[in-house]
Design a protein around this ligand. Structure first.
Ligand code: ADP
Ligand code: MG
Length: 373
């Protein structure tokens, strides 16, 4: 029955993943915003690489190229960006865990990629909405063979403290059983509209806690987690998968001589947790025997969804402005460290895979010829 197909799918998927690797890094360049002078540090862009030009004023003049699984230029649409993310969504319904991160300095477009602009239109929906739409859509397609239950959690990590953004009396039907964030509400949902409402509540709760700071969102990580439980109707077999959509705190480095007190503490927590995330992903990419999950709250919480069979996608965002060039370079260096080993290995594997496939083709053609003779 369906279970068998699922098993086959899983095998096929694993083969594909063996070729591609479980960690992917996509780079996205934000367009210039209205009113900005459009002197760009972004030189050449193609499907998988980007060149940054460094003007003389910022030290040595020259250019530096970086390679990623995919590079989206300033004109890439939300739809295009999502279409390369879509296969991950299907795998959640097949029982895999997935993490999608948005990384980059404040203003580089993280929230735009994940949620969209402040005023949303259907075209500008971000990865969050599109992912949920797909989840509901595919689960409906499978309704004759599978019964899916989908629920969401929304948390914020600020100064290494976790806050439940859906801990509100307005939210009905919440349950608190056995999830990645044990103490956060997990709210059952049946449509994208419901999720959008919850996300609004979450956003409002986030804003409420912004005390003296004007932009809390750039100094905390926010994580939307979607839990999926599917029961195969015929066999009663249950599969569970989850997806974490994480809008990370701004990666900009803070000048220690300029900030003190709370701001300094925030900056230190952010640096530490982003570095810890980078360490975990790069240890996974290198297939290291020790993965340092325990060095930050974020990596602790996501431990079950980082590594093993789980899939990780990191969107790194950069701003095109000349003023941002040093942050841009440091963002790309971080991303390269995260991606490099895996990319190298993936390319080798891909070649091997293609060669293998061609060999098989040659063999079957030879066999066909032999039969004819
Ligand atoms: P971050 O979350 O990294 O701080 P935002 O997502 O808030 O950055 O983006 C900063 C500004 O740039 C916002 O006004 C946003 O709407 C705009 N922006 C970001 N990325 C894009 C894009 N790809 N296309 C158009 N506008 C964008
Ligand atoms: Mg943001």
């Amino acid at each position: 029955g369906y279970h068998k197909i699922l098993e086959e799918n899983r095998k096929l998927y694993n083969q594909v993943q063996d070729l591609k690797g479980n960690i992917r890094v996509y780079c996205r360049v934000r367009p210039f915003l209205p009113g900005q002078s459009n002197l760009s540090t972004v030189g050449h862009i193609d499907d998988g690489s980007i060149t940054i030009l460094t003007p003389p004023k910022y030290g040595k003049e020259g250019h530096k190229s970086f390679t990623f699984n995919k590079v989206f230029g300033p004109f890439a649409t939300q739809e295009e960006v999502f279409s390369d993310t879509q296969p991950l969504i299907r795998s959640v319904l097949d029982g895999y865990n997935v993490c999608i991160f948005a990384y980059g300095q404040t203003g580089a477009g993280k929230t735009y990629t994940m949620s969209g602009p402040k005023v949303l239109t259907e075209q500008s929906f971000g990865v969050n909405y599109r992912a949920l739409n797909d989840l509901f859509h595919i689960s409906k397609e499978r309704k004759d063979t599978f019964c899916y239950e989908i629920s969401v959690q929304m948390i914020e990590i600020y100064n290494e403290q976790v806050r439940d953004l859906l801990a509100s009396d307005d939210i009905r039907n919440s349950s608190q059983t056995g999830f990645a964030v044990p103490d956060a509400n997990s709210v059952p949902v049946t449509s994208t509209t419901e999720v959008i409402e919850l996300m609004d509540i979450g956003q409002k709760n986030r804003a409420v806690s912004a005390t003296s700071m004007n932009d809390r969102s750039s100094r905390s990580h926010s994580c939307l987690t979607i839990h999926v439980q599917g029961r195969e109707l015929a066999s009663g077999v249950v599969v569970r998968g989850c997806m974490h959509l994480v809008d990370l705190a701004g990666s900009e480095r803070v000048n220690k001589s300029e900030v003190k007190g709370d701001r300094l503490k925030e900056a230190q927590h952010i640096n530490k947790s982003l570095a810890a995330l980078g360490d975990v992903i790069s240890a996974l990419a290198q297939k290291s025997s020790h993965i340092p999950y325990r060095n930050s709250k974020l990596t602790q919480l996501l431990q079950d969804s980082l590594g093993g069979q789980a899939k990780t996608l990191m969107f790194v965002h950069i701003s095109p402005e000349v003023d941002a060039v040093s942050e841009t370079l440091s963002t790309l260096k971080f991303a390269e460290r995260v991606a490099m080993v895996e990319l190298g290995a993936a390319q080798v594997n891909k070649d091997n895979g293609e060669v293998k496939e061609l060999r098989l083709q040659v063999a079957s053609l030879k066999a066909a010829l032999a039969k004819k003779e």
